[in-house]
Design a protein around this ligand. Structure first.
Ligand code: NDP
Length: 316
């Protein structure tokens, strides 16, 4: 019997290489993707054996689609041993917000609200699984943290008092703090919400379920398609800058192996923490538990974020 992991956004970048790493380690991967053809082609392109994966449809930018995915997963009869929330969009050049079918700003919906709903629904599936070691991993990023060099470049993430969420998060509101639309900040805010969600999942459910909840920053994976919506010149220079100036560059293979390790290896079985690697670009860079930003470690903010997100996704 193979263990099963669901990975969102496994059709490219970190998620694709994580899928490959899981398959190499004998797991079955449910690639939860919005474009089934692309996902299949991607799996073939990195030579994931056909019997090691199943592609299933999810559009994290639509809450109905997230619910449908969970139903489809249950109908497949598989049991769930781990969930990796990896999919994300980054749209730095947008002038106007895009919207989900519910009317919510799309970056926050895809990166945070969709995953928030998915985690909450799939807790049930994890609880029902007979496995003894179950884990949920949410991808974080250095840009969530203004205390670190990589997080200092403006605009800084700032959830404020989450007034935008409290007021319903529909037009004309587009930002969690209710302020003016800023697509780069929307991405960073969503990643702060990802870390807060992980910590709140841990606080609420770790003791009762034994599930390990973690987050990680795999390093700067500067040549994934995440930056496909940036200026072409940026796409060319950014990997070089990360390779030769900051030294933060990490290959997609290594980032994928790190995600699989955080889910499988005993040394990462510590709930409520955020993993990082020293000498990020080096294969043998040692993992360590990194302090998250002041905002991402604010328990009052975490609770408010949780309560408001529950309302927005229709759980409360
Ligand atoms: P990619 O753009 O390569 O991959 C993103 C994945 O998310 C793709 O598979 C994409 O699907 C999928 N996706 C986007 N929108 C949706 C949606 N609405 N529904 C379902 N799937 C969707 O990015 P990366 O691999 O670089 O990023 C993966 C994660 O790693 C993100 O959470 C990011 O924040 C994090 N990260 C990345 C870093 C980096 O340097 N690259 C650094 C730190 C963290 P499709 O193929 O159809 O577009």
């Amino acid at each position: 019997h193979k263990s099963t992991v669901v990975i969102t956004g496994a059709s490219s970048g970190v998620g694709l290489y994580a899928a490959k790493a899981f398959a190499q380690r004998g797991w079955h991967v449910v690639m939860a993707c919005r474009n089934l053809e692309k996902a299949k082609d991607a799996a073939e392109s990195v030579e994931i054996p056909q019997d090691s994966y199943t592609v299933m449809h999810i559009d994290l930018g639509s809450l109905d689609s997230v619910r449908k995915f969970v139903n489809d997963f249950r109908a497949s009869g598989k049991s769930l041993d781990a969930l990796v929330c990896n999919a994300a969009i980054y749209m730095p050049l947008l002038k106007e917000p895009q919207r989900s079918p519910e009317g919510y700003e799309l970056t926050m919906t895809t990166n945070h609200l969709g995953h928030f709903l998915l985690c909450n629904l799939m807790l049930e599936d994890l609880k029902n699984s007979p496995a003894t070691d179950k884990r949920v991993v949410i991808l974080g990023t250095v840009t969530h943290n203004p205390d670190e060099l990589g997080g200092k470049i403006p605009p800084r993430p700032d959830l404020g008092n989450l007034d935008g969420f409290a007021e319903g998060f529909k037009a004309p509101i587009s930002m969690v703090d209710g302020k003016k639309f800023e697509p780069v900040k929307a991405y960073k805010d969503s990643k702060v919400c990802n870390v807060l969600t992980m910590r709140e999942l841990h606080r609420r459910y770790h003791d009762a379920t034994g599930i390990t909840f973690t987050s990680l920053y795999p390093g700067c994976v500067a040549d994934t398609p995440l930056f496909r919506n940036h200026y072409p010149l940026f796409q060319k220079l950014f990997p070089l800058f990360q390779k030769y100036i900051t030294g933060g560059y990490v290959s997609q293979e290594l980032a994928g192996e790190r995600v699989a390790a955080v889910v499988i290896d005993p040394e990462y079985k510590q709930s409520g923490v955020y993993w990082s690697w020293g000498n990020r670009q080096k294969k043998d860079g040692k993992p360590f538990v990194q302090k998250v930003s002041p905002q991402a470690s604010d328990d009052t903010k975490a609770e408010r974020m949780w309560d408001l997100s529950e309302k927005l996704v229709g759980l409360a």
